[in-house]
Design a protein. Structure first.
Length: 91
């Protein structure tokens, strides 16, 4: 920003429906009477109960075994070979 000037200008509060800014709210630390309930989006928890995980199922287990990875890598290598062969024919 060398050689340029940056100016911050206080704007009047936007009316509802104007622009993209939300209505300004001051920071309100936890009141002395106790913590307020945090506002949550209406989407919070909207998918609750849509699926279940079987008891004992390990969510951290690998998706593929070593043999499956070897097969996948082999297929990918064959695909790349075919792509390279096709590209070399057009030159």
């Amino acid at each position: 920003m060398a050689g340029r000037k940056l100016v911050f200008k206080r704007m009047r509060e936007a009316k509802k429906g104007q622009g993209m800014a939300e209505i300004a709210r001051e920071f309100d630390p936890a009141p002395a009477t106790g913590p307020k309930k945090a506002h949550r989006s209406a989407l919070f928890g909207c998918m609750k109960g849509t699926f279940t995980i079987e008891p004992g199922y390990d969510l951290t287990q690998p998706v593929y075994t070593g043999e499956e990875w070897t097969e996948i890598e082999k297929e990918m290598e064959e695909d790349w070979d075919q792509i390279e062969q096709g590209m070399s024919k057009t030159k």
